[in-house]
Design a protein around this ligand. Sequence first.
Ligand SMILES: [Zn+2]
Length: 142
Amino acid sequence: MKIEHEHEQHETLQIDVFYPDHAPRAESALFRKTKHHLIAVLDTPCWVCGSKDQREVHHFHAEWADANGIDFDKMRAMHPAFDWSTYKEPSDFIDSEYNMLVLCAKHHRGKNHGIHMLPYPIFVMQRNQRADFVFSPDEVKA
Ligand SMILES: [Zn+2]
């Protein structure tokens, strides 16, 4: 596909990483509270596009599935702005508002757009893109 003043980069990623063993995921009460406050109370739009459609919350600094592999002394050093007086277990940080990014479904899990689908340097370009820049083939106007 050719777009004037743009060039297409087509890559296939193969990912091979380990996750620490963990129990089946269950939403914590803090996660439900955080999601409700960010979306229903504060009405936070998608961090990328500003949409208020199909909003979800993304665990930004630490994913729940990684909790058993995280050194929280390192997290404490890297995130002094978090209220560590509230910390008793990993989910206190992981499911907090501090660790959340509100994203629409497209920018959370969507093909060629989602933070779970793209390397971060490619993903973050969408937040800063000009209105006349076409980010991916699904945005080409006929
Ligand atoms: Zn979005």
